[in-house]
Design a protein around this ligand. Sequence first.
Ligand SMILES: [Zn+2]
Length: 361
Amino acid sequence: MTTMTAPVLDSHCDTPSQILRLRNIALDSDHSQVDLPKLKKGGVDASFFALYVPASMDSDSGFEYACRLYDGVADAVARNPEALAFAFSAEDILRNMERGLFSVCLGLENGEPLASAPSRLEDFYGKGVRYVTLCHSRDNSLCDSCAQGTTWHGLSPFGREMVRRMNSFGMMVDVSHISDEAFYDVLRVSSKPVVATHSCCRALARHPRNMTDAMIRDLASEGGVIQINFYPVFLDDGFRSVLHASGLEEKGESVENAFIARPWDESARSAWYKVLDELSALPRPSYKRIVDHIDHVVNLVGIDHVGLGSDFDGICVTPQGLDSVASFSLILEELSRRGYSQSDISKISGGNFLRVWAGNC
Ligand SMILES: [Zn+2]
């Protein structure tokens, strides 16, 4: 478990989207990757809940959607005062731990809502949002995405302005999802250390969402941190081929969209759950592959620049042995088995991220 000075922190999960799909997070639900009983079992003290705005939304509809996600989270916190509390700083997390409460921290995933009204950045901060993932799966008004990368060849002029504005009052800049060129622009513009809240190492899996060794070195030399994502596709090239060959990606997309459109519809829900079961039946990489990525970062840049950003509730398939946040502590046990000291493990499990957070304030 944890000590009072070393919270176990997950820097990215998509639970707000699941709340909008009528998930009651107080219940231990089948097919949920994050809920209160599972968080307790997994020994997690704090998670960043992402207000994830799909890349297909324009600035105003994205803003409206992010506010709906926020309202769902605020409602879940209000309904579970004996278990949950918001945390807007590292001190809040420690205070919540003393009271036996799990900390809900907030991030905005995709900065497009800022495009038509930049002062929304301060509004989000006021609601408790502490990082902005600049984009998602498409180039947006701030920068290029690693999934496209053809609009700006890096940050846009507006994206540069937003990075400086975030630096000015303590909003962290999240470089997950952005293109390699945009990443380097961020490092040039940002006066504060940056975070990759849910990214893996491209040396171990060639997906463009992952970071090259050179990027990880440069991120670390500026004091930043890469938080390893648990998605098997980002962990292992072999699984990426298996998934592709299964045809489940295409099939899953329409079934999931039907469920998102009608979350109250039992048949839409059970069709989606059936796809999730089929995905789980594929030969998946072990959760120990997450620790391979951690080892890689540690060998490259030392112990101070790596952590954990599960992406739970945003990934439709998980590593073997780590089906939900209930098994989170297995990663810490594996680190211990591989010879990491207790103080090293506490840096990886939250200390490094909290250092960067404090360095932004
Ligand atoms: Zn993401």
